[in-house]
Design a protein. Structure first.
Length: 219
């Protein structure tokens, strides 16, 4: 696990202990896998988190179909405002075709990237270093710069190609964080289920969220 020290540098944490860090810039990608509600709740959490000053958002072409099917959102126009339910204050959107965007370069400051949900096609592109879209290129940059990359894969069942690509990505430094929500806190609906999953993802990179369910927190 790569952590950001008080000096602002990234380094490997010792003994698996995570220190809370102040994350300044994050990249979020939504791809064509089912689970658009997870991406929506992630964007809303980061927009509300005062520790985050900039979120770079990229939606793949295939994700637009999923957003329309699952959330009733259509087109790229005002997509961020529709997802957030308000005008964004810190989140900026990039086209997946814009390989010249800021996040395509390792010289641009970044504290990590989350792909949620991550389709098998996106996983394959990242695991094999294709860098054939802004999402794949930004992920490639995140890996080469040794920054945290969290891939929330969404597929079932997995075939051998999927499993091999997950292994390749993990060996390159990515964290494979499957979209498997918890049920032990008895979620009231799918939104609450997605929100608590997002809380787990953000806690993993050092951004614990208020309202996150913690098993036996009193112990």
């Amino acid at each position: 696990m790569w952590m950001r020290s008080s000096s602002g540098c990234w380094g490997s944490s010792k003994l698996g202990v995570r220190e809370e860090m102040q994350v300044l810039n994050l990249t979020v990608a939504l791809t064509g896998a089912s689970g658009a509600v997870f991406g929506r709740e992630l964007l809303r959490a980061l927009e509300a988190d005062e520790r985050v000053v900039r979120v770079h958002f990229v939606a793949s072409e295939n994700s637009l179909r999923v957003l329309a099917e699952e959330l009733g959102l259509s087109g790229r126009n005002d997509l961020l405002e529709k997802l957030l339910g308000a005008e964004p204050t810190k989140t900026v959107q990039h086209s997946d075709a814009d390989i010249g965007a800021a996040i395509a370069s390792g010289s641009h400051p970044s504290n990590g990237m989350i792909v949620l949900p991550c389709s098998m096609g996106t996983l394959a592109a990242i695991a094999n270093g294709l860098a054939n879209s802004l999402i794949a290129r930004a992920a490639d940059v995140t890996l080469k710069e040794r920054r945290p990359l969290v891939l929330c894969v969404r597929e079932t069942p997995f075939n051998r190609i999927h499993l091999r690509n997950m292994t390749l990505a993990a060996e390159a430094g990515a964290v494979i964080f499957p979209c498997i929500p918890a049920f032990y806190f008895r979620p009231s609906d799918s939104t609450e289920m997605a929100r608590q999953f997002v809380n787990r993802v953000l806690a993993h990179i050092g951004l614990p969220q208020p309202g996150a369910y913690v098993w036996k927190a009193e112990e």
